[in-house]
Every structure is written in C-alpha cells, then in structure tokens.
Design a protein around this ligand. Structure first.
Ligand code: FAD
Length: 417
C-alpha cells in the first residue's frame, strides 16, 4: 500500500522494489554462499539514482527525504540484506558532511554521491568502544600539513570496497571523549588497510572487516567541520539516519520472511490431507501474527521518520547558519534520539520474532543450506547488537524516562574518560 506516501516517496519505493527484484534478489544466494561483496547491487542502486536520496536539492539530490531513504532500504533488503546494509552505512555518512562541509568539499564529496559515483563507509567502532557508539579512544595529532591519525577501527561495512571512510577520532591526545573531529579518509591512501576477509554468520556480502589507519596523514581539507564539532554532527545527522535506515532494513527483511513463508504454506501439500498448509487454522494464525507485528513496526517507523525528516531539515538550517553547537541542545530538547532508539529496538526485535515463526512454517525444507528463509534467519541476527545494542538503548530510554542524563553527558559515564 502506498497510502500516506507522497508521489515522490511512492516513486522511490517502486524504483527500489524493481532493483531489489530484478537485480539484487537473483544474486543474493551466491553472494551469501561465497561472501562476495555486493558491488553489482551498489552499482544498480547508483544507476537508479538512489545513492543520494537524502541530499538537499542544491547539491544535486532529492532533498532531505528520510522517509524515501527508509522505504528504499526496506525494499532493497527484500532483495539482498547485505546490499541494504552497505546502503545504510553509506547513507548515514551523507548528512554530517552536508551539514559542515565547505563549498569545495560539497562539490568534491557530495555532488558525485548524488550521481552514484561515491560509496561511503562509516567507521566509528573501536575495540574499546564496542556497542557504546559514542566512545572512541583514537585521536588526531596536528602537524604542519594537517593531521596524523593512528586508529584501529574494529568494523567498517564496505571495508576495502568503499571510496571514503568517515571516521570520528578525538580532536587531540588530550581531548575529552565528546571532543571529536570527523575526517573523510580516502580508501586509496596506502596507510589505510582493511584487516582480513569478512566471514560473518549472516550479512555475508557486507565486507564488514576492521580497518587500520596506520600513521595516516590527513590533509586539513579532509576534515569535516571544525575541530571538536564531530560529536554534535554525529548525534544530529548520522545516528538518526543510521538507526532509521537500519530499522527500515530489518522491517524489509521481516516482510520478505513473511512472504517466503506464505508462498511456502500455499504450495506445501501433505499426501494424507491433500490440502495446502495454508488451509490450517494454526498456520493462518501464525501469518496473522506476522502481519500484525510487521505492520505495527512499519506504522511507528514511518511516523518517527516523518518527524525526524522535519527536525533534520530545521537542524540543517542551524548548521548552515554556523550554529552547530546549538543543534545538540535542540536535539536533546526534542528527545529525538529516544524515538529513533525505540524504532531500532522495535524493528530489530520484531524481525527475530517474524523470522523465527516464518522459519517454523517452512519446516525442515527451510533448514537446508541455500533456502532463502535460512539466509534471512542468519541476516536478521545482527540487528540487536549493532551499535548501540538494544540493551544499551533500553538503558538509555529508561534513564531518560527517569530524568537522568544520556550516558555520554558529563558527570555520568565518564565523558572525560
Ligand atoms: C554486520 C555488522 C556490520 C557492522 N558495521 C559497522 C560499521 O559499518 N561501522 C561501525 O562503526 N561499526 C560496525 N559494526 C559494529 C557494531 O555496530 C557494534 O559496534 C559491534 O557489533 C559491537 O560488538 P561488541 O562485540 O564489541 O559488543 P559489546 O560492546 O561487547 O556488547 C556485547 C553485548 O553486551 C551488552 N551490553 C554492552 N553494553 C551494555 C550496556 N551499556 N548496558 C547493557 N548491556 C550492554 C549487550 O547485550 C551487547 O550486545 C558492525 C557490526 C556487524 C555485526
């Protein structure tokens, strides 16, 4: 159903659905089996104009269209969840750059994205941070030509495949945990080295390996915004897009699992009953449960995304007026992080319930390696511990409900540590 979508959102949904069905789905099984990077899928997304769905029109994009982005991700995930994951991590790099980049940087780093010519990775996680997304230990050292960074980033989706890594590091060796600077580091820099080949349980086409930034010299022209402004940029323009798009991915994955199960029960006929499984009341009730779960999540996610689209456009105006510091206050006032946190918790847990029941309906047939439901089951598992993991998010939601500060705010969990 396209009820409640604008004409533009409906068009992107149709485009993403076509790409998912015609290009991504036929390759998904091979990608999963061989752990091959999803290059052809990313190229197809680019050719169909979807790499920059949240880029403002003045830089060649479609406007800050977060709902189109979420819906496109939802559709793409129904063809290949690995491709959708690379799309999520690419997309969430865009708005921090748009918000703080100089006119020259916008021409270099944003306009080509809208033309499908750049793939981004965001590499925040470090061994010490894990699911505490807000904490990094690595730092930049200033030198005459710019900066030197030594960092071990423990995960980067599209590692070794993307064109640039957006990395947050502390502004200096003595900077506190909330004084971050963002850099865009070119993947062609020989000092940037992906470590090993990604071999996950699911999401096997992602190339989510660690990346080493080894005495990496970074020019000042690759710094996004001024020194120390990385934290507000991430909180306002990266984390919400990441969590909303990730929720869209798992929503799409749940929808696909449901559809696979429905197809299966319509076709599977036992010799004694001579009736398809779909005729059994218990099976019909399973499917009704799947539909209710999926549709409740979809309704919440779309509504939250509409709110965030509006808020993000307002925050972008503040950013363009050079009022970046005010953004985070505004964001906290609106408690916008909480509604996206809830969307991520709902979507990533809903998908586990749905895939589990859909798997049950597909029986031992679905348990065979190579059956689609078996792949969806493995792909679905990553959502709850992708940072911030759901236990941490629940803690944050509960803290805020009790009037306590966010864990990273000074005086709580050691923002200065
Ligand atoms: C497929 C995939 C792709 C990824 N892509 C990227 C990427 O592109 N960029 C990137 O930066 N990172 C990426 N990551 C990393 C990811 O976002 C997490 O940082 C990582 O999965 C954390 O793993 P960990 O073992 O360090 O978890 P830990 O931090 O050790 O957490 C383990 C568990 O402990 C519990 N826990 C932890 N902290 C708390 C708390 N405060 N309160 C309550 N319980 C808690 C939770 O149950 C949590 O699941 C990716 C991960 C995967 C699996």
């Amino acid at each position: 159903m396209n009820v409640g979508l604008t004409l533009q959102q409906g068009r992107w949904k149709a485009t993403a659905r076509r790409v998912a069905r015609e290009i991504l789905a036929p390759m998904a099984s091979e990608i999963d089996r061989e752990g091959k990077f999803v290059r052809a899928g990313i190229e197809a997304i680019g050719k169909n104009g979807m790499m920059g769905l949240c880029i403002p029109q003045e830089y060649g994009g479609q406007g800050i269209e977060l709902l189109s982005t979420v819906i496109a991700t939802e559709e793409l995930a129904q063809g290949c969840a690995s491709t959708a994951m690379c799309y999520v991590m690419h997309t969430c790099a865009i708005l921090p750059i748009v918000a703080a980049a100089s006119p020259e940087q916008l021409e270099k780093f944003i306009r080509p994205v809208a033309e499908g010519k750049i793939l981004y990775s965001v590499s925040a996680s470090e061994p010490g941070s894990g699911a505490h997304l807000w904490h990094v230990d690595s730092y930049a050292e200033k030198n005459a030509g710019g900066y030197v960074v030594n960092a071990f980033k423990s995960w980067a989706t599209s590692a070794g495949e993307s064109d640039y890594y957006l990395i947050p590091v502390r502004s200096s060796a003595t900077a506190s945990a909330d004084e971050l600077t963002l850099f865009l580091v070119s993947a062609s820099d020989p000092q940037v080295q992906p470590v090993g080949k990604w071999d996950g349980l699911g999401m096997r086409g992602n190339s989510s390996s660690p990346v080493k930034f080894n005495n990496c010299h970074i020019a000042a022209s690759q710094r996004i915004g001024h020194e120390g402004i990385g934290f507000p940029l991430l909180i306002a323009f990266n984390v919400p897009v990441y969590l909303l798009a990730l929720s869209g991915l798992y929503l799409g994955l749940a929808q696909r699992a449901r559809d696979v199960a429905v197809e299966h029960v319509k076709k599977r006929i036992h010799a004694d009953t001579k009736n398809p499984l779909a005729n059994l009341g218990v099976v019909q009730r399973y499917i009704a449960e799947l539909d209710c779960d999926i549709e409740a999540t979809r309704a919440y996610l779309y509504e939250v995304t509409r709110i965030l689209s509006y808020l993000t456009s307002m925050l972008m105006e503040l950013a363009k007026a050079d009022l970046l510091e005010k953004i985070v206050d505004r964001f906290y006032q609106e408690d916008a992080l909480l509604i996206v946190a809830k969307a991520k918790v709902m979507a990533t847990e809903m998908v586990l319930r749905v895939v589990n029941k859909a798997f049950q309906l597909c029986g031992g047939t679905g348990y065979r390696r190579g059956h689609e439901i078996e792949r969806l089951y493995r792909d679905a598992r990553a959502g709850t511990f992708m940072a911030p993991d759901n236990d941490t998010l629940r803690e944050i939601i509960g803290r805020r409900a009790c009037g306590l500060p966010y864990p990273w705010q000074a005086g709580s969990m050691g923002a200065k540590g």
